[in-house]
Every structure is written in structure tokens, then in C-alpha cells.
Write a protein that binds this ligand. Structure first.
Ligand code: MTE
Ligand code: HPA
Ligand code: MOS
Length: 818
């Protein structure tokens, strides 16, 4: 089934925050953010700004009626700066004016004097100063101290991954509308309506039942709106409460880039030990997370980095320590993968370091160490592993050896273009790492005309969750999708929602929907059974009708779907197309609903689902935190222009463990999108702060996002159809985040291409591998040894006809690319 939004998106009819028709008298906000990353406010002069035309009022912390505090996990984040500022862009004042232009013009007239204090942007320096967001955490398995003695080879190193700008197409924003009796409706571009509701409640002092946070959809979130949508909503709500007028603030792109946090940069030290046979015996890692100026979600992100610090590998002795370091950057936050990618990059770097030193292919070490069912993760859970299956299938299906041979032949034949290949296995745990968040609710109404309304806490942000939820309801009622409407997410319809995050939204909300529908179905069946005077077990919903099964085989036998063949025609005379053998009476769905309504049967249900069996004890750092894991393996091939440093991803070939996918079209889209976003993080996207903590990459002219030319020339996706009962929905598996980590392969493939050109290249394990860095790498370590005259001649030939621009990069133009 296609994404239910596809048609309206294509026609440009879908509604986002900025498309909501404005009420008369709507006012507009604009934030004055701190121009300095760290300092003490000596004076704030609003007089000139207040005199600007159209300005209604300027708010500061003094206007906060409740608490001036929006920190979710740790209360360390004021909504407005009071005396101190902690990052560039930290909100100091909110101008509210009659137009956006007036509000922005007035912001420019605000004068502030800030006595600057020392700015820290490096997490290692922060850690050395004891500037930690929370106490460090250590995951342990076995005993690394004694394991080193048994290692034949030990390697140490450092790995650094940079941040990443979310660059959702729809920027952050909110629109608050006063209703009667202190009630406010807030439209918010948020992944977490309840978090917004809670934040506003805290800041305004209004109870949560006064606050209807409504979300129709997001133009992307990617984690950036899990926590950081709260600020703008709280600001709008605050002004709305004071002025009793609708207040809207949709951030201009630069404000959004400057004021919001991003993926956490990490700096890490690793030590890896292997035996003669290249089995990894021990792994120690220390992660320094650059949390920025406030906790935000950093402690949870940190935890997931630890959970995924061994990726798909079984390592018997592990010690992983992680520090969440307070710096003077905007608070960094959730981003697809939620710390997992950062943890995985380090173990991959460690393996590559070992492989390079031992002169073997990294894949040899990777494959040997994939975990198997029953192997223990450092956090105590036992693997139900598809890691070897995914690897094996990728190796065979995509003919890994042949690919390698092609790369070798290409490299032997080209002096100035080199290809690189890398394999990236992924293992990602599904469930919020915080157990209590793994719950969801659904409210299902069947109306008397047979149409169905479904509300959940899920937020549609392009990932297709509404389509999957609709599929669940359609299957449960056995009715056409067109009869069902997924309502906008609202805190008045569904309370206490977890954010749409952790890839688990369809799992959690889909289960709740299934429970609610199943309950209604049971009631409907009872009505019919009574009406017909038969056993309710004999009543069956199929293809928009309810049927009586007459000549029964055993009911178990009919569970297999054989019953479907026994359908006749419904009362409306619609041919089902299947033979009318063993079924008797039937009613159409509409008749059924009307009958139940006439008999005063409840046609609505609210259900609650909580993932069973998961737990985690943070005092021991052991437990069973994940309902299940998603696995996959990606093979990445790149071509590098060794004269210019430009590169292209030729192919990403994936075997992805999707369980029994509910929707292959959507899952494929998620995998392709995740791969491209992951490649962007590893290659062209470079978040750059200067030493004063100012964002230099604050616009699309200075921050390169992957474009069509960054997309691999081909992405092959094969699904490993596993059937394990996995606590997802209909035996599918979550898909949102895991594919991002396939993108990590692009970094290592590029590294291999560089080394094919210059085996002596000195390459730090540091991302992103921008074309500039690739170029520097190519000529590092004294430069490529083979640059003889002959090589140069070849180089000239290779380079002929190659121009900057969008044409194919590879000299073998047209060859090897379909
Ligand atoms: N896909 C699109 N198109 N837009 C998004 O914002 N967010 C990703 C992923 N895929 C995102 C996306 C992130 S970070 C997560 S956690 C999941 O979707 C959340 O949705 P799910 O739980 O329904 O998979
Ligand atoms: N993933 C995503 N978001 C979260 C998580 C998680 O595990 N925990 C809290 N927020
Ligand atoms: Mo996704 S980072 O869990 O919103």
C-alpha cells in the first residue's frame, strides 16, 4: 500500500504548521538569541526595540509565571537566559509584533552587554574540568584487564565523529491560540506532543488538561523535534497567555540552525585486542560526548552509544565508559540513531585499525566476530542474532568477492581514480532505552455510517507511520482502508504519549490500535451471534462483511486462512470472488455497525499497550532493554577522484532484516533515506563552530547537505524475511533508524580508496570525510609513492574530459553503472 499522504503531498495540499490558516489578530514572535556563547548579562536594553512599529510586547524571564525551566531529563535549561548565557543563540528575549517582519526588525534593535567568560567547545577539555552533565557510565562484560594478556595483537587509537544538522525541510515552530477558560490550543511541529504540553505547563503554571497540543504532521523531525520543539511552543504559549491573542513563531532557517542542537559530536579512545585467529578478545572504549550547554536528551543518547558500542559483534571482554560533557554549544539532541551511530563508528574504526596493521581485510575480522544467537551483549541481553544471516546473504547475493575483484582490477588500471569497498553490519536495539517510555495508547471510534476514526500518540513525519497504523485497523476490521481516517495527534484525544522516536512508533501505537480494534470486533461478533442465535466463534469478519461459518472444520484449521475460500456473497450482493461453499448468513460492514449501534453497543475503544518483558537496571548496567534487534549488512563501493578529492558512491547493497515487513514500499523509502542521511553525516555534512562557539555553518551556503549527486548510483535492498515473534506489529520490524548506520560504510570505503592511491596515507579516524579532507589524506604521509612520470602521464589521460559538475565521476564512464 502506498503512503496515504502521497497524493496530497504531490499536489501540495498537505497541511504543515505554516499552512494553518491564521486567525484574525494573530501576532508573531521572534527570538533575540545570545550573541555570545558564555558570559554574564550586564545589561539588557529593550527600549529602542519596544518603540519599533508593530511591536506589541517583549518578553524576558521576568514574564514567566511558572518555572523558567524546560529541561526534560535534568532541570538545567532555562527557557530564557536570566543572568548567564551558555550558548550562542540562547533565547534572551521574545519580541511579539503584528507581523513577522516587525518582530524580526525589532530583534535587531535589542542591545545587550555580556561580560564574556571562557568558552569550551571541546568535550575532552570539558571532561578534564569536571564539566559533566551526568555521572559517567560504564558497561562491562567479562574482564578486560585479564583478557589483554591472552591477546596476540593489541591496537589503540582515537576516533572522532562530528555533529549533523537535522535539516528537516519544515523548520521548528508553533502557533498558540487562546480558547476559553485558560485553555490553549498549540499547534506545534513536534515529535512529542506530551513533552510540549508538559513544558508549557511548567512554564505557564497551567495544568496539562488546559493544553491541547495538536500535530497534523511534520515536514521531517529526525530527532530534532523530540525535545527541541518545546522551546518555541513554550514561548508562543507564554505570549498567548499574557496577551490573550494567537501567537505564532515559525523559525527562519538560520535561526533554526543557530539556536537548535544537532547530532552529538563524539571523541573516543579505543583499545582492541585479538587472538592469533583474529577473534576479538577484548575491547575498551571511552566516549566523550559533546552534550552542549544543557542536558536535553544527552544522558539517554549517551546510554544508547554504550548499548551499541559493540555493534554486531560478540566480544567476551568489554569495558565501555561514556562521559556526557558540558560545553558551550547549543544543547545537542536526538538524531536518527540516537547515539548508536557514534558508538558503532568507534568499534568499526578499531577493527579497521587492526586490519590495516595486520594487513588483512577488515571484513575478515568483522565476519569472524559477528554475534550469534545466545551471545551476550555487554548490557546482559542475549542476542537473537540475524547478523551472520544478513552478512552471509549479502556476501552471496551481491557476490562480494566479485565486487572486490572488480575494485582491484579498476584500481590496477587507473592511476588517478581509485575505488574503495567496505562492509558495514548493523545491529540496532528496538525500544526506548528508558523502559517506562515503551507504552502507547489508541482511541478508535466506529461511526454509525461504518467509517472509522483512529487516534494515537504517533506523529507522522514522513516515515509513514499513519499508513502503517491504518493498515493495522483495516486488517483488524477487515475493511477497506478508505473507510478509515487517522486523526491529527492531539493531547486532548490521547494523553501521556511517548515521543515519536526510537523507531518504535508503529510497534507501540500499532499494537494499541490492534488491541482497541480487537475489542470492538469482539463486541460486534457478539451482537451478530446473538442476532443469528449462533456461537460467536462462528462469526467471522472478512472483506467488509460479517459471515457465519456453517459447515465447520475445526476452528484451528480455519485459522490458516482457508476460511477465506468459503465466502459467498454478502447481503449487498457483492461478489467476493471466492466460492460460496460453507458460509451461511452474512451482513455487510455497514449493516453490522448499524445493528450494533441499534442494540446500544459501544462502538468506541481506548486501549493501552506496554511492551512486555523489557527491563534495565542502571545500577548494574544489566537487563533486557530491547524488545528485539534489527540487523543488516551493507556493502558500499565508492570511486574517488585522486586529483581533486571528489568522490561518488557507486553502490550501496543491503540485506536488511525487516521481519515480515508490513509495507515494503515505505520500508524501502526509509532504508534509502536512512542510507543517504548516513552517507551525508560521514562525508559532506560539516557542522563547524569557531572557538568562540559561533556556528559558522549556519546556512545552506556553508552547510552542505547530500543532494542528488551524493545519492549512491544504485541502492540495492534485499529483505531478510524473518518470522520471529518479535513484539513489533504483525511480525514486522522497526525500520526508521537502523539504515542510517549503513552510511558509515561510505567513510571506510573512502578510506580504502585513499589507501589504494597512497598506502602511506596518514588518516585519522575522523569524520566527515569531506572532499577537502579526502584530498589532504590522498597526499598525506609523504604523498603517494607511485607518482612516477608514467603515473603522471596516466593521470593526465585519466583526467581528460573530467570536469567539475554533475557528470559521472568515474573515468570508466558508463561502464559498470546501470
Ligand atoms: N523519516 C522521515 N521521512 N522523516 C523523519 O523525520 N525520522 C527518523 C525515522 N525516519 C524521520 C524518518 C527517526 S529519527 C525516527 S526515530 C523514526 O523515523 C521515527 O518514526 P518511527 O518510529 O515511526 O519509525
Ligand atoms: N531513542 C529515541 N529517543 C529516545 C530514547 C531512545 O532510546 N530514549 C528517550 N528518547
Ligand atoms: Mo529518532 S532520533 O529516535 O527521533
Amino acid at each position: 500500500m502506498k503512503n496515504i499522504d502521497a497524493a496530497a503531498h504531490t499536489r501540495g495540499e498537505s497541511i504543515y504548521l505554516d499552512d494553518i490558516p491564521l486567525l484574525q489578530g494573530t501576532l508573531f514572535g521572534a527570538v533575540f538569541g545570545s550573541p555570545v556563547a558564555h558570559g554574564v548579562i550586564r545589561s539588557l536594553d529593550l527600549t529602542e526595540a519596544e518603540r519599533m512599529p508593530g511591536v506589541v510586547r517583549i518578553f524576558t524571564y521576568k514574564d514567566v509565571r511558572g518555572e523558567n525551566q524546560i529541561g526534560g531529563i535534568v532541570p538545567d535549561e532555562p527557557l530564557f537566559a536570566e543572568r548567564h548565557v551558555h550558548f550562542c543563540g540562547m533565547p534572551v528575549a521574545l519580541v511579539v509584533a503584528e507581523s513577522e517582519a516587525a518582530a524580526r526588525a525589532a530583534v535587531k534593535k535589542i542591545r545587550v552587554e555580556i561580560e564574556p567568560l571562557e568558552v569550551i567547545t571541546d568535550p575532552r577539555i570539558a571532561q578534564a574540568r569536571g564539566e559533566l552533565i551526568v555521572a559517567p557510565r560504564t558497561f562491562r562484560l567479562g574482564d578486560t584487564d585479564s583478557a589483554w594478556k591472552s591477546c596476540a595483537f593489541i591496537f589503540e587509537g582515537r576516533a572522532d565523529t562530528n555533529g549533523q544538522e537535522h535539516l528537516y525541510i519544515e523548520t521548528q515552530g508553533a502557533y498558540a491560540i487562546p480558547l476559553e477558560n485558560d485553555t490553549i490550543r498549540i499547534y506545534s511541529s513536534t515529535q512529542a506532543p506530551t513533552a510540549v504540553q508538559r513544558a508549557i505547563s511548567k512554564v505557564s503554571g497551567l495544568p496539562m488538561h488546559c493544553l491541547d497540543v495538536e500535530v497534523t504532521r511534520l515536514g521531517g523531525g529526525f530527532g530534532g523535534k523530540e525535545d527541541q520543539a518545546n522551546i518555541w511552543a513554550a514561548l508562543c504559549a507564554l505570549a498567548c497567555v499574557h496577551l490573550k491573542k494567537p501567537v505564532k513563531y515559525a523559525l527562519p532557517r538560520t535561526d533554526d540552525m543557530v539556536m537548535t542542537g544537532k547530532r552529538h559530536p563524539y571523541s573516543s579512545d579505543f583499545r582492541i585486542g585479538l587472538d592469533e585467529d583474529y577473534k576479538i578478545l577484548a575491547y575498551e572504549v571511552t566516549l566523550y560526548q559533546n552534550a552542549g550547554a544543557a542536558a536535553d536528551l544527552s544522558p539517554a543518547v549517551l546510554e544508547r552509544s554504550l548499548f551499541h558500542c559493540t555493534n554486531s559483534y560478540f566480544i567476551p571482554n568489554v569495558r565501555a565508559t561514556a562521559y556526557s560533557c558540558r560545553t558551550h554549544l547549543p544543547p545537542n539532541t536526538a538524531f536518527r540513531g540516537f547515539g548508536g551511530p557514534q558508538g558503532m563508528f568507534v568499534i568499526e574504526a578499531a577493527i579497521v585499525k587492526a586490519a590495516e596493521a595486520l594487513g588483512v581485510d577488515a571484513a575478515l575480522i568483522q565476519k569472524k566476530n559477528l554475534h550469534r544467537t545466545g551471545d551476550e551483549f555487554p548490557y546482559g541481553q542475549l542476542a537473537e542474532s540475524e547478523a551472520p544471516a544478513c552478512w552471509q546473504k549479502a556476501e552471496e547475493l551481491y557476490e562480494l568477492e566479485a565486487l572486490r575483484a572488480e575494485v582491484a582490477v579498476f584500481n590496477a588500471g587507473h592511476a588517478l581514480f581509485k575505488k574503495g569497498i567496505a562492509v558495514m553490519p548493523v545491529c540496532f536495539g528496538i525500544s526506548f532505552t528508558k523502559t517506562l517510555m515503551n507504552q502507547a495508547r489508541a482511541l478508535v471510534h466506529v461511526y454509525s455510517d461504518g467509517s472509522v476514526s483512529v487516534s494515537t500518540g504517533a506523529v507522522e513525519m514522513g516515515q509513514g507511520v499513519n499508513t502503517k497504523i491504518l493498515q493495522v485497523a483495516a486488517a483488524a476490521f477487515a475493511i477497506a482502508p478508505a473507510r478509515i481516517k487517522i486523526q491529527a495527534t492531539s493531547t486532548f484525544r490521547i494523553a501521556n504519549t511517548s515521543p515519536t522516536a526510537a523507531s518504535a512508533t508503529a510497534d507501540l501505537n500499532g499494537r494499541a490500535v490492534l488491541m482497541a480494534c480487537t475489542e470492538i470486533v469482539a463486541r460486534l461478533k457478539r451482537v451478530v451471534a446473538e442476532e443469528w442465535g449462533v456461537d460467536a466463534e462462528r462469526v467471522e469478519l472478512r472483506e467488509e462483511a460479517v459471515w457465519e461459518r456453517v459447515k465447520g472444520r475445526s476452528l484451528e484449521g480455519e485459522e490458516t486462512g482457508e476460511g477465506q475460500r468459503n465466502l459467498g456473497r454478502s447481503l449487498e450482493g457483492e461478489e467476493t470472488g471466492e466460492g460460496p461453499r460453507n458460509l451461511g448468513r452474512s451482513l455487510s460492514w455497514k449493516q453490522l455497525v448499524l445493528l450494533a449501534f441499534t442494540k446500544r453497543v459501544n462502538l468506541s475503544e481506548h486501549a493501552h499497550y506496554a511492551t512486555p518483558g523489557i527491563h534495565f537496571d542502571a545500577s548494574r548496567e544489566k537487563g533486557h532493554p530491547f524488545a528485539y534487534h534489527v540487523y543488516g549488512t551493507a556493502i558500499t563501493v565508492v570511486t574517488l577522484d585522486c586529483l581533486r578529492g571528489r568522490y561518488e558512491v557507486d553502490a550501496v547493497k543491503v540485506v536488511h532484516d525487516g521481519g515480515a515487513s508490513m509495507n515494503l514500499i515505505i520500508d524501502r523509502g526509509q532504508i534509502e533515506g536512512g542510507i543517504v542521511q548516513g552517507i551525508g553525516w560521514m562525508t559532506v555534512e560539516e557542522v563547524l563552530y569557531d572557538e568562540e562557539g559561533r556556528l559558522r555553518s549556519n546556512a545552506l551556503s556553508t552547510y552542505k547537505v547530500p543532494d542528488i549527486y551524493s545519492v549512491p548510483r544504485r541502492i540495492d535492498i534485499d529483505f531478510l524475511h524473518t518470522q520471529r515473534d518479535n513484539l513489533a506489529i504483525f511480525r514486522s520490524k522497526a525500520v526508521g533508524e537502523p539504515p542510517l548506520m549503513y552510511g558509515i560504510g561510505a567513510y571506510f570505503a573512502l578510506r580504502n580508496a585513499i589507501r589504494a592511491f597512497n598506502p602511506a596515507a596518514e588518516l585519522a579516524f575522523s569524520t566527515p570525510m569531506t572532499p577537502e579532507r579526502a584530498l589532504m589524506g590522498l597526499y598525506s604521509g609523504g604523498g603517494p609513492a607511485g607518482m612516477t612520470n608514467e603515473g603522471e602521464e596516466r593521470a593526465v589521460k585519466d583526467g581528460q574530459g573530467k570536469r567539475a559538475g554533475n557528470e559521472q565521476l568515474s573515468p570508466a564512464s558508463g561502464e559498470g553503472h546501470e
